[in-house]
Design a protein around this ligand. Structure first.
Ligand code: M6R
Length: 601
């Protein structure tokens, strides 16, 4: 996820222009936890020039290579870019200049009508230098400044033209202000001694000042050296807002008010799902990926851990919605199981949050040696997987810090669902309701989880069962449970339970069932096999009289079709494992013995 930072200083107090480079570089370091591939810095100088330096790479590497430390000016902008529109490259890195180079700006988020806007800007004679959506924000303002409007009016009009969720910061030579606007992406302003600043989030502001103003959607903030002013984008009218004094620690600020990254990431799922849907709809490589899958002899979905569970759900979606079989396979088993049968008419879709998992990279090498087509689905752009793939689907989750994967799993599943719908020729508009449904599910299940935590906290052995679309959800729920509660929790196809594991059931033995709406009768049998032996059946499913009367406890989910229910079913299991982990005295973000990225065999 990109991050922006802007600062305005009172130059008049200094004989020479302030050295802004060190402050901007430090802001970049503090934004870097969000994940990024490129870094850029711009300062607006008293001589009406703009010093712009940017490139692909890490903050410290780019800052040292381009000598950010020496950058001077009265105002400065820093941006970290996480590529979605336009490949990671020097020209696509931000900030961007307007046509004649006297304005500079940078954004965070996605401008989803970038392709149309670029055509319009070029037709209007503007100089468009990149394929990045951030440049559109600058030209959208330039368009109205060139028509003689003042900055506030120009931003109000640009806001209407720019579709998507974003925040941007912009300034012009020969003035003393910077302007920023918020629509869907985070934006906070800070007010300090002799400066004001604005940023995507608090960690880059708090080392400078604890006096902040939170910007709401549809608001423009103008930064002056000694104060900030707010205006509405509707009509430019002024808005009054009290300054807030932040007392919380830096670490808790990074967690956005949540006690752990895992909980923050669980609650980010509706937002990143929405961002993913925007990106998939505009992804330039989408046709290439669909064609590759359409024409493949055999399709393999390859991953490890959570990513493998998404692969299983992906294969189910592909068969249901596109009538195409696919083989989901654990990466280290790929060669052992299918090696001799692979050839150049096959395609592998390699799925990984990090894009660095050694088991996955090894499987890609096998696929390469057989001449197979290599596609990727990955969160970290610039990772080895993105470099080895002919084309990849970005998961656009931003940085996932907590070791247990949550938001990357749901976005993997959504990406698979989208691919299956497109391959099967189904309209994808039904997915637009997903972010809201996910939000509703989180709110609906949270209070139902609390009593379960007390019940399950003393248990160190349990099962998590599912069938059909909820089979991979049971595997994933069990993985979350094992990973952060350290209890033994086995995920299994519900119908397999009677073939052996049923012998574990005695009085009070907990068995969790993830129930899809299509499979209720089958699951009711499984539930009774447990309850009639004294076991405790805890069911996660849509409210249904037969589930309610057969289960010991029903955690009800909001109504949704079977495909979406499959996806929503993981949310209560994520929350349950999080709260159980805390109740058992563990840190869910950093479980013992585990690492977020496994670059070893
Ligand atoms: O980065 P990857 O998706 O390739 O990682 C694969 C697994 O290590 C990972 O999904 C792991 O299972 C999760 N952290 C579990 O929550």
């Amino acid at each position: 996820m990109c991050g922006i930072f802007g600062i305005v200083t009172s130059a008049e107090t200094n004989l020479s222009e302030p050295l802004l480079g060190p402050t901007l570089t430090e802001a970049g370091r503090r934004l870097s936890y969000r994940g990024y591939d490129s870094v850029g810095c711009a300062t607006l100088r008293a001589d009406r020039s703009i010093d712009l330096r940017k490139d692909v790479g890490k903050v410290d590497q780019v800052a040292s290579r381009l000598n950010f430390q020496e950058m001077r000016g009265t105002r400065g902008i820093l941006q970290l870019r996480w590529a979605t529109f336009g490949a990671p490259s020097q020209v696509n890195a931000q900030p961007h200049l307007d046509s004649d180079g006297d304005m500079v700006g940078a954004h965070n988020g996605n401008v989803v009508n970038t392709a149309e806007l670029r055509q319009q800007f070029m037709a209007e004679g503007m100089v468009v230098r990149s394929t990045n959506d951030g440049e559109c924000c600058v030209h959208a303002v330039e368009r109205y400044i060139d028509r003689g409007e003042d900055f506030i009016a120009a931003i109000c009009h640009a806001y209407v033209d720019l579709a998507g969720d974003y925040a941007f910061v912009i300034g012009r030579v020969g003035e003393q202000e910077l302007y920023a606007v918020k629509k869907g992406s985070g934006l906070v302003a800070g007010i300090g001694e002799g400066f004001t600043c604005v940023s995507s989030d608090l960690p880059s502001i708090l080392p400078l000042t604890r006096h902040v103003v939170r910007i709401e959607d549809g608001e423009i903030v103008t930064l002056y050296p000694d104060h900030v002013e707010l205006h509405s984008v509707l009509d430019g009218s002024p808005i009054q807002r009290e300054i807030e004094i932040i007392t919380e620690s830096m670490e808790s600020a990074q967690k956005g008010g949540f006690p752990h990254f895992m909980l923050k990431e669980i609650h980010e799922q509706p937002t990143v799902a929405g961002e993913l849907l925007h990106v998939l709809a505009e992804l330039p490589e989408m046709e290439q990926i669909l064609n590759r899958l359409k024409t493949a002899r055999h399709i393999y979905f390859v991953g490890c851990g959570t990513s493998y569970h998404a692969c299983i759900l992906g294969a189910i979606y592909l068969a249901r919605l596109a009538g195409r079989p696919a083989f989901p396979i654990l990466a280290p088993q790929f060669s052992a199981q299918y090696g001799p049968a692979l050839d150049q008419s096959d395609v592998g879709l390699f799925v990984s949050q990090s894009g660095e998992t050694k088991d996955v990279i090894n499987a890609i090498q096998v696929a390469q040696s057989r001449g197979m087509g290599i596609l990727g689905m990955v969160n970290v752009v610039g990772s080895t997987l993105t470099r080895l793939s002919e084309a990849y689907l970005p998961l656009v989750c931003g940085y996932e810090i907590s070791v247990p994967a949550t938001k990357t799993f749901t976005n993997q599943v959504i990406a698979f669902l989208y691919l299956a719908m497109r391959l099967g020729g189904h309209p994808t508009d039904s997915l637009d309701q997903l972010p809201e449904l996910m939000q509703k599910t989180l709110e609906h299940v949270a209070p139902q989880i609390e009593p379960l935590v007390e019940l399950l906290a003393p248990r160190s052995d349990l099962y998590c069962l599912g069938y059909g679309l909820t089979y991979p959800i049971a595997l994933e729920g069990a993985l979350k449970m094992k990973e952060i509660t350290y209890a033994h929790c086995e995920g299994m196809l519900s119908t397999e339970f009677k073939h052996g594991p049923l012998s574990a059931v005695d009085e009070g033995y907990p068995v969790l069932f993830s129930a899809g709406p299509e499979d209720t009768p089958l699951l009711v049998s499984g539930i009774n096999e447990v309850t009639c032996r004294g076991g405790k059946a805890i069911v996660f499913g849509q409210d249904d009289p037969s589930l309610r009367s057969n289960a010991d406890i029903l955690v009800s989910l909001p109504p949704a079709g079977a495909n979406l229910n499959g996806l929503l079913s993981i949310l209560p299991l994520q929350l349950l494992s999080y709260h159980l982990s805390l109740r058992r005295g563990f840190d869910p973000d950093f479980p013992r013995n585990l690492s977020k990225t496994l670059t070893v065999d």
